[in-house]
Design a protein around this ligand. Sequence first.
Ligand code: ADP
Length: 503
Amino acid sequence: MTLNRQVLFQVTMPALLVALAMFGTSLLGIRSINRLQADQDKIASEHVRSLEAAQDLETELRHIRFHSFVYVVEMTPERWAKVARDQAAFERILGAIRARVGADEEQRKVLDAIEAGYTRYRLELESAIRSPVGPAHRDYMVWVDAHPIRHIVAPCEQLLALNRRAMQETVEESARRGRRASAWMVWLGAIGSFGGLIGGFGVAWGLSRSITRLSVQLRDVHAHLEQEVGSLRLTAEGGNLQRMERQVGTILERVREVVAQLQRQECEALRAEQLAAVGQLAASIAHEVRNPLTSIKLLVGAALTGHCPRGLSETDLQVIHNEVGRLERKVQSLLDFARPLEFGSAPHDIAEVVRQVLDLVRERLALHSVRLTVDLPPGPVAAELDADQFKGVLVNLVFNALDAMPAGGALGVRLARGADGAVRLTVEDTGPGIDAKVADRLFTPFFSTKPTGTGLGLSVSRRIVQAHGGTLTAVNRAAGGACFTITLPGGRMGADADAPRGG
Ligand code: ADP
């Protein structure tokens, strides 16, 4: 399968975009899950530390209580050292907890209560030291029961409970966030799959539309080519791109064949048109040739008659020479016209070219009772021309005019250079004019209203004129009859290029 790059791009791009979007979203998801995890870990370790600190505080409390009881009974410096160490440790842990608690109102209150209890314990311990109670003292047990540590025990346990609860909440929150992240990942997967599905469907839909459009176009082409290419089969079904590609290849090949065939046919038609014109010319030339031949025959016949042929006088020979020259020119014109089409323009005096053509057809016009009016500028009129081709165009216009006036009439040929420098040659007749019904098909190849017409004259003529950079148009004259106008860009004929000579 040979998909070109553009198709490949069109097909894979949406899938690639969806995949990229999915990849990006997954990365974001993983990043936020990681961040969530890190946050949770941080919070959890904070709580663990707080919990440990609360437990340490409670442990120190027990130490203080024990060593304080013992000190009150036996006030030795060693025992006081233990109490003092316990107190310092308690205060340090309490300070650390306070620093960690921050803005937690509940814990702050508890810490305040611990501190208040601790202060009371210190005061009561000092008063106990001032008036010591020994083990023998009967109030010792009372004092022990009323030991100020009790003011600290309850808030310490409260602190521990608070931290345990915070730990529990952290664990639960962590579990909740984990569940939420899993749900997001599931959603992401579902949306990605759905997006991929929609994207794929969109691509398939777009491709199928393009293929359908292409199929319709192929069938159109097929319909147009059917007459020319009978063997062409189209089976573009099911959106099979490979098969379609093969069919496009086949059609292209056939189109090339048809174009080549048409070009061949056009060449043949041009040749046929040319030969038809040659035939018509030959008919007129045959008539013209007969006149000089008759003169020559009469002169030679007169010279040969009698018992002693008198020979030809110098005047006779001159006449024969002129007539032979005329014959030669006619034959040459015919040969020139019959030559295959080859385009090669050069600066020419178009007035002279027009004169030569009219000389060729003059006899035939007279034979059909057509009066010729020629209006040429006195001097040369320069134009870039392929003279042979141009003569063919003019002959065709004159013969068409002749055909339009079977019972005779008037033919006007006028050459003029316009103010814009363009050369205008008009050929007008007094025939019925151009039928309005056929006016728009006049220059269409093979269009003819004549029983034996080829319908190529005007189309070929227009092509030739256009190849000269000019135009060939047709209108009906107000006074009746048709008027064909050739407009050519003006040219220069070397040193003696003509200047516009009015009209
Ligand atoms: P053809 O002469 O073989 O018919 P052309 O292409 O030369 O082919 O002319 C096409 C058609 O144009 C003619 O059949 C005719 O109907 C029309 N046409 C050409 N010249 C004239 C004219 N001078 N007057 C009226 N109709 C004309």
